[in-house]
Design a protein around this ligand. Structure first.
Ligand code: SAM
Length: 223
């Protein structure tokens, strides 16, 4: 349960020197450093997307958020090993064990994030479990809060019903608009959605279909 992992009381309490020791050599320097985490991979699983993004955006800080303890430990080890074998690389990527459905505002300030990822989330098929889905009208309010205007939410699934659900939630939300086909084509990150994660690779091996929804945070009356 949640009692087994620590939760920062506010984004200012996130220990950047623990997550990015080469960039934040001591915790004292965190306040003076304007660099903040900009990408969040929610339910990152084994971390394949983050590993790809870390070298594609070497100057951007990013974290995975993962509920399962063992999986989080695996991703931590994976990143540490990559840092050792590739000096100077992967120092911008880390992972936290947390319940993203509860603690996103503990990690990120208003308007802090430029990208959020929800790749192959658990489907929770039954109607009564829809409230456990990581994309919902209520949680989109939270994601809109931590995303900067112009920030992007990327979603993909191999479950058609969930794909329709995520798209409908985003479509109906006043703070999000879809990217155009040209924008999707031009964004190098879109290609990674179906290829970079472990779940995406499994779906591709089995020849499964995928359903993608990519939306931009727009300015609203309260931002
Ligand atoms: N995104 C990865 C991929 O594409 O390979 C993993 C997909 S896996 C089907 C879904 C992941 O979300 C699991 O690792 C699960 O532990 C994690 N997860 C589920 N609910 C979560 C929550 N509330 N907070 C954080 N992670 C969660």
């Amino acid at each position: 349960s949640d009692s087994h992992f620590p939760v920062p009381v506010s984004p200012r309490h996130v220990d950047y020197s623990a997550h990015f020791p080469e960039l934040f050599p001591s915790s004292d320097q965190v306040d003076g450093n304007s660099q903040r985490i900009q990408f969040a991979d929610v339910g990152c699983g084994f971390g394949g997307l983050l590993i790809s993004l870390a070298t594609l955006f070497p100057e951007t800080l990013m974290v995975g958020m993962e509920l399962r303890d063992k999986v989080t430990e695996y991703v931590k080890e994976r990143i540490l090993a990559l840092r050792v074998t590739n000096p100077g690389q992967y120092r911008n990527v880390s992972v936290v064990r947390t319940n993203s459905m509860k603690y996103i505002p503990n990690y990120f300030e208003k308007g802090q994030l430029s990208k959020m990822f929800f790749l192959f989330p658990d489907p929770h098929f039954k109607e009564k479990n829809h409230r456990r889905r990581v994309i919902s009208p209520h949680l989109l309010d939270e994601y809109a809060y931590v995303l900067q205007v112009g920030g992007i939410i990327y979603t993909i699934t191999d479950v058609e019903e969930l794909g329709e659900w995520m798209k409908a939630c985003l479509e109906q939300h006043p703070m999000f608009e879809p990217l155009t086909d040209q924008e999707l084509e031009a964004d190098p990150v879109v290609k990674l959605l179906s290829t970079a994660t472990e779940e995406g690779q499994k779906v591709a091996r089995n020849g499964g279909q995928t359903f993608t929804a990519v939306y931009r945070r727009i300015a609203g009356s309260s931002s």
